[in-house]
Each structure stands twice: as structure tokens, then as C-alpha cells.
Design a protein around this ligand. Structure first.
Ligand code: S3P
Length: 427
């Protein structure tokens, strides 16, 4: 579906966004693993989290949803039933990678499949360390989905230093480790989102080589109730939009402010963005608060390498901020962007070239300079939700507006993106 956007005058008002996608995935997974009823409030209504719920339904878990509150009837330790069909992870890398960790420890075999995009994404990053734990996993010849996880009775604890800065890999190993009496040690040299270890109460220590996460049966989840904070990665599109639009002031409520996710706020503030946090509280071990944003004049800065994993999902919208900021915008050390829902380096560079900007594309990033010549552009989302939303924001900042192809992909993380825009845009 093609979606057309006109130039807007200002962005004003208050938004309450659905729950954080990463925390929602984990809430659904841990509630399914725990025994008894768990309650998940403000769960993400994204297609990705629906994919997670669909997989667990096929493993015998029942969900009831009333007024946005999800009740999960979990089956307890190794209580899943063998699935009668393949488990379809849709577009969701988090579903596929985390569930591989859980399924590696079950007493039955299962097969994971996904859509065209997910079926191209690398799975060996989880398969290799899980095999070291004793998991028996068969992948396609390219190391991608479909993936069959065979029953393996002798999974053992692991002592493993992560080779990729990936919360998904880290989480898959922690989830497999929850099924052994012996303690696994997972060492992370570059900081990534820490929701899994926080929610499971894993012991964490700073070691010589990096952060050490300890996980064993002691951390196996028990049933719980959670109110998921709103998604900072969804909020990022609105934050940048308000910063870049004249006469704008926006309040986004109850957003997750977990420090492994707030790199986007740090970078935008360092660029001169007027962003303030109000009513900050800690709930279920996770910080949340209201984010207030005012129109600002931005200046590009050097983005610190160590922040890249923290802002990896926000780079598409950060690049849009970079176009309007003084100086050139440059991202490097971000090769991971090439294996996201689309090759995001290519997706961003292709679309920005259409506007007349000068783009240098690198293996691990890109650089933007020059001026837009404001044609009415038809942008290509490549079926990637974050590319679709980033170029929707750019379209609304361009004199002649713009069009985004395959716009339905926004449903992967935020199905109500257009309705939310309508609440805050003045033309
Ligand atoms: C996620 C981790 C990140 C992120 C993804 C969600 C998670 O991926 O890009 O959107 O929920 O663990 P990697 O861990 O592969 O970097």
C-alpha cells in the first residue's frame, strides 16, 4: 500500500504509545514459561509480538485479551506441548532468536519458519553457541530459517563470550541456561539492551572482559504482573518529528527510559535537542517517565561507537534528524544495520539519494551532506517498518510532501502510527 503525506506546519499535544516491543516479547515468553496466570498490561499491539503469541499458542499456551490486558496461562518448567505445525515467527527476529533458546531445552522437536525478510537473516549467531550447549539444530544451507530444533536431552551450562553485540543472542543463551541446575556465564563486551537479565533477576557482574551475566534454573520465571512502559523506539519517530518542526511541543507519556535504550535521547540532546524528562519512576526494575520535546535547531555531532548497539533501531530516524542539522551526518561501526528487517544502510542511502542529497555509502555506515531539492519523492520502505516511519516523517517535512511504498509494514511495530500522527499534526 502506498501512503501519501503532506507537509505539516506544527506538531503539538500529548501521546500515549503502546508498550515497548522488546519488553512485551519477553513478558509474553516468560509468562508462557512460568506456571499459572500472569497479567501483561499495555502490551505492544505490534505484529511482531502477535507472532510471539502465535508461536506460544501452538506450544499449548492460552491467552485471553480484554481491554488491552493480556492474561497468560503459563505451563511451567518444560510444560509446553509439542507443536503440531511449524512455528511461524513472521517478520520478528526477536521471536525467532529468543524462542530458539527456549526450544533448545525442550523434550520435543520443533521447526521455526518466517517471512521472506526473516528467512534471510542470520541465525548462526544463536545456533553456534546453543550447539556448544548441546542443542541439536538444523538450519538451511545459508544458516537461516527454516530451522529445526531437535529434542536434546543433555543440554549443559555454558561459559561464553558473545561474538556479536546482540541482545537477541545474549537472551537466547540466557533462556536456554534457565533449564539447567549448573550456572551459565555469558560475557558481553559491548553493552546491549538488558531487559532479559533484569526481568529474570539474573546476577550481573562487571568482569575484566566485560559484563558477566549468570543464569541457571534459579532464574526460571514465576508468574507475574507487569505494566509494560511505552516503546522508546516508537517514540523516537515523534521526538525527531517535533524537534524538526517549527512551533512544536510534544509530551510522550510513560516511555521506557531503560539506560540501554536511551542513547537516542543522549545523541539528540547532544545535537542541541530540547528534550526533558518528567515524572521519572522505576517500576518492575525498569525506569519510565514522560518525555517533553520542543522545536530545536540541531547540529550534527560525532556519534560515539559504544552507543551504536543502544541506538541501532533508531538510526533510520536519526538520519532524518541529521539531514536538517548543521554539518554532515555520519554513522560508522554499524554493519549490523545490513542484517535488520531490510539492509538499512542500503534502504536509507537509496531513499536519501532520491531527494538530491549527497550520500556516501560505507560497508558499516553512511554519510549525508548537501541539500535536498524537495521533489515529490516516492520512497521505498523495502517492507521495513522503521524505514517506512522514518521516510513518512521526512515526507511531512518536505515542501511537496512524499509517498511511502509498502507502508503497511508499520504494523510490525506500531499499527496505529497514522492515527497517532493525526492526533498531533496541524496542516
Ligand atoms: C532486540 C534487539 C536488537 C534490536 C531488535 C530488538 C531485542 O537486535 O535491533 O529490534 O528485543 O532483543 P539485536 O539484539 O540483534 O541487535
Amino acid at each position: 500500500m502506498k501512503q501519501s503525506f503532506n507537509k505539516i506546519q506544527s506538531v503539538n499535544g500529548t501521546l500515549s504509545l503502546p508498550g515497548d516491543k522488546s519488553i512485551s516479547h519477553r513478558s509474553v515468553m516468560f509468562a508462557s514459561m512460568a506456571k499459572g496466570i500472569s497479567i501483561v498490561k499495555n502490551c505492544s499491539n505490534s505484529q511482531d509480538v502477535t507472532s510471539t503469541m502465535n508461536c506460544f499458542s501452538k506450544l499449548g499456551i492460552s491467552f485471553s485479551i480484554e481491554q488491552g490486558i493480556i492474561k497468560v496461562n503459563g505451563k511451567g518448567f518444560k510444560g509446553f506441548t509439542p507443536p503440531a505445525e511449524n512455528l511461524d515467527c513472521g517478520n520478528s527476529g526477536t521471536t525467532a532468536r529468543l524462542i530458539t533458546g527456549i526450544l533448545s531445552a525442550q523434550n520435543f522437536s520443533s521447526t521455526l519458519i518466517g517471512d521472506e525478510s526473516l528467512s534471510k537473516r542470520p541465525m548462526m549467531r544463536v545456533v553456534n553457541p546453543l550447539r556448544l550447549m548441546g542443542a541439536e539444530i538444523v538450519t538451511s544451507a545459508n544458516g537461516t530459517l527454516p530451522l529445526t530444533i531437535n529434542q536434546s536431552s543433555n543440554l549443559k551450562a555454558i561459559n561464553y563470550k558473545l561474538e556479536v553485540a546482540s541482545a537477541q543472542v545474549k537472551s537466547a543463551l540466557i533462556l536456554a541456561a534457565l533449564h539447567q541446575d549448573e550456572t551459565s556465564r555469558i560475557i558481553e563486551t559491548a553493552s546491549t539492551r538488558d531487559h532479559t537479565e533484569k526481568m529474570l533477576g539474573c546476577k550481573v557482574e562487571q568482569g575484566k572482559e566485560g559484563k558477566i551475566i549468570y543464569a541457571s534454573k534459579e532464574n526460571y520465571p514465576v508468574n507475574f504482573e507487569i505494566t509494560v512502559p511505552s516503546d522508546i523506539s516508537s517514540a523516537a519517530f515523534f521526538i525527531v518529528f517535533a524537534l524538526l518542526t517549527k512551533n512544536s511541543s510534544l509530551l510522550i507519556k510513560h516511555v521506557s527510559l531503560n539506560e540501554t535504550r536511551t542513547g537516542i535521547l543522549t545523541v539528540l540532546k547532544n545535537m542541541g535537542g530540547k528534550i526533558s524528562i518528567e515524572n521519572e519512576i522505576v517500576e518492575n526494575g525498569e525506569k519510565r517517565g514522560n518525555i517533553r520535546v520542543e522545536s530545536s535547531d540541531l547540529q550534527n555531532i560525532e556519534i560515539p561507537v559504544e552507543l551504536i548497539p543502544n541506538i541501532i533501531d533508531e538510526i533510520p530516524i536519526l538520519a532524518i534528524a541529521g539531514i536538517f542539522a548543521g554539518g554532515n551526518f555520519k554513522v560508522s561501526n554499524a554493519k549490523e544495520l545490513r542484517v535488520k528487517e531490510s539492509d538499512r544502510i542500503n534502504s536509507i542511502c537509496y531513499n536519501l539519494r532520491l531527494t538530491g542529497l549527497d550520500i556516501l555509502e560505507y560497508d558499516d555506515g553512511f554519510e549525508i551532506s548537501g541539500k535536498m531539492n524537495n521533489p515529490k519523492v516516492e520512497f521505498e520502505s523495502y517492507g521495513d517498518h522503521r524505514i517506512a516511519m522514518a521516510f513518512a516523517v521526512l515526507s511531512m517535512l518536505m515542501d511537496n510532501g512524499g509517498i511511502v511504498n509498502q507502508f503497511e509494514s508499520v504494523g510490525v511495530s506500531n499499527p496505529n502510527f497514522v492515527e497517532q500522527l493525526k492526533m498531533i499534526c496541524s496542516y
